[in-house]
Design a protein around this ligand. Structure first.
Ligand SMILES: *[C@@H]1O[C@H](CO)[C@@H](O)[C@H](O)[C@H]1NC(C)=O
Ligand SMILES: CC(=O)N[C@H]1CO[C@H](CO)[C@@H](O)[C@@H]1O
Length: 609
């Protein structure tokens, strides 16, 4: 089950010389000719081996000394620890037998990326002289495993040096030994190596990197474009459907959906924090899990390094827990809750604690003390969970993480029960535990039916009051880990693959009447789903004011995290698209409107679109 344990150094049985190639041709009468033929064959063998190495490594330079076990056969050597056939490291070793299957890798790490690092320390920043290992330099037992950097798709900004070192059972490979915490996101906030101070007086302004390491159909519909009869509706069913191809598909997504430029743009937008959702299979898979294990781990680590480079603080968010904590697609598997509930509930709750044990040992390292500001325990545990069980699980997780040395502020979800529910619970943690609430008007038909102006008033009054009360007389430390600019639930796949919208009365589970303010046949998703260049000026003004109202309200808490930074095609859920469309403030800390001002007129903006 442990998918990220380091490879044993014991030689694998598969790692044997290509003995069959040594057979000589039939002896002839003339001794000289026999020798000639022998020499020719020997040369042929050497050339073949060298060619094989060249092809395998896609390099021009091959050290003669490494040709001893450089046959393609040697590269098939499967790691000795993956004797368990269902383990993912085994699967990836099999699907990548010669180091050249579906995973097309970059030939060498990006030299420019290495040289632009702020932390130019003594240890070889001159990228040209850093030579990455070749397949043959990787200990045979580690070849094809997670630890084999020659099998990675994308080497940009990764340290390619082989190491099987782990912390808390989680690999360090890919990381540099040094780091630099001197960057700051913008002139209004302290550098990473300076204390942030009180979040009450300086609230976090952040975004989520949703749909990246934990898939969500509405964020990347292109990954879910299958015939509905195949039932590909979440990461579980997608991984299962793709089978052996899943690792390549997902790694391509991890490596392309979010790049260094995103971190730079996030800082440029005046944001200072990033919440990164990831799921348990980043570190572990269980039983017959079809999830692609481990690969997202290194993209998470690289993302943290990029955040560091731009002075952005991280909020870790365990988004998918063993068994599914809420039965929603974004937990990995939609359908039913198997965490703290049902016959495997206790087992999965313990697994989640084990995951946190590993994660917290890893993230307790000095290198994360400044950059990881918040550590989230569980995203949105469902309302079906027994509250007392959830509270004791949370307390247990908190203790494990704290005892392992994590200094980041821990975060628990209000579990969709509303903030007042948490007054008096989980007390005694001071400022080291925060309750996280997610605020949307679009999943509740009553709020969805509010007219444009009423939505803004609701944010300015009700949400402001809710978070202020929670901070001052409720649970205490409070933050808003998710919210969005969407004013309808019209986005495709938002309510699950293939489901319609409450706005137009086409959401299957609801089935009833359209929930848009006119509540009739006029209700339309046309404008909400249009390209922002087609939005009317009134709609744009509304959207910007709506976003600014929420920012204003949520800054009465410890801060906010927009959901989400980018989407393939849902502009009202994409901070990046909002900036491009001019419906988000250019700098999150410099806004035109706030709740103390009169709500502008939206002219003839119809209420049904
Ligand atoms: C790359 O990783 C290796 C192995 O962990 C480490 O020894 C080395 O210092 C790292 N390189 C840099 C530039 O930090
Ligand atoms: C069926 C299901 O789980 N649907 C959820 C999928 O995720 C979106 C948000 O991304 C929710 O709104 C749906 O309820």
């Amino acid at each position: 089950m442990a998918t990220l344990s380091p490879p044993s150094t014991a030689a694998s049985v598969a790692d044997k010389p290509p003995s069959s190639l040594a057979s000589a041709p039939k002896p002839r009468r003339k001794r000289l000719m026999w020798i000639c033929v022998g020499v020719a064959v020997a040369i042929g063998v050497v050339v073949a081996i060298v060619l094989a190495v060249l092809i395998t490594n896609k390099v021009i330079n091959v050290k003669g000394s490494s040709s001893a076990d450089a046959s393609p056969e040697a590269a098939v050597a499967s790691p000795s620890q993956s004797s368990e056939p269902s383990s993912d490291s085994d699967r990836s070793a099999k699907s990548d037998p010669n180091g050249q299957t579906a995973l097309t890798r970059s030939a060498r790490p990006s030299a420019t990326a290495t040289s632009t690092r702020p932390s130019s320390t003594s240890s070889a920043p001159e990228s040209t002289s850093v030579s990455c290992p070749k397949k043959t330099d990787i200990p045979s037992a580690a070849r094809g495993t997670y630890f084999d950097t020659t099998a990675w798709l994308d080497m940009t900004d990764f340290n390619c040096t082989y190491t099987d070192e782990t912390v808390g059972g989680l690999p360090l490979v890919g990381l540099d030994s040094t780091w630099d915490d001197s960057a700051r996101a913008n002139p209004n906030v302290p550098a990473l190596n300076k204390p942030w101070g009180s979040y009450n007086s300086r609230p976090a302004r952040g975004v989520n990197l949703g749909g990246w390491l934990s898939l969500e159909p509405f964020i990347t519909p292109s990954l879910f474009a299958y015939d509905s009869s195949l039932g590909v509706v979440d990461e579980y069913s997608l991984s299962k459907y793709l089978g052996a191809k899943a690792a390549a598909t997902l790694e391509k997504h991890y490596s392309t959906f979010v790049t260094e430029q995103d971190f730079k743009s996030i800082a440029d937008a005046g944001l200072d924090h990033i919440r990164i959702p990831f799921s348990y299979w980043a570190v572990e898979t269980y039983d017959d899990d079809p999830y692609v294990s481990s690969i997202s781990w290194r993209y998470l680590l690289r993302g943290i390094e990029w955040a560091r480079k731009y002075g952005l603080r991280i909020k870790l968010d365990l988004h998918g827990l063993p068994g599914s904590q809420n039965s929603w697609n974004h937990s990995g598997r939609q359908g039913k809750v198997g965490f703290l509930l049902g016959s495997s509930g206790a087992k999965n709750a313990q697994r989640a604690l084990d995951i946190h044990d590993k994660l917290s040992k890893f993230f307790a390292q000095d290198r994360y003390k400044n950059v990881i500001a918040f550590y989230g325990l569980a995203n949105e545990p469902g309302r079906d969970l027994d509250l007392d069980s959830l509270v004791s699980w949370t307390a247990e997780a908190y203790k494990i993480i704290k005892d392992n040395g994590v200094s980041a502020i821990q975060v628990f979800s209000d579990a969709l029960r509303g903030l007042p529910e948490w007054q008096g619970r989980l007390q005694g943690y001071g400022n080291s535990l925060v309750v996280d609430t997610h605020q949307y008007v679009i999943f509740d038909p009553a709020l969805l039916a509010f007219k444009h102006t009423a939505k803004i008033t609701f944010a300015c009054e009700t949400w402001t009051e809710q978070v202020s009360d929670s901070v001052s007389s409720g649970f205490g430390p409070t933050m808003v880990g998710e919210w969005s600019q969407a004013d309808t639930d019209c986005t495709r796949h938002l309510n699950g693959v293939g489901n319609g919208a409450r706005w137009t009365g086409t959401f299957l589970a609801d089935g009833s009447s359209p929930a848009c303010p006119t509540g009739d046949k006029q209700c339309s998703c046309e404008m909400a789903n249009a390209d922002p260049s087609d939005y009317s000026p009134e709609y744009k003004l509304f959207l910007k004011t709506w976003a600014e109202a929420q920012m204003h309200a949520f800054e009465k808490s410890w801060g906010w995290f927009y959901w989400t930074w980018k989407t393939e095609s849902a502009p009202l859920w994409s901070y990046q698209a909002g900036l491009a469309a001019g419906i988000m403030p250019e700098k999150a800390y410099q806004r035109d409107w706030d709740c103390s001002k009169p709500i502008p007129s939206f002219g003839k903006l119809p209420e049904f679109v």
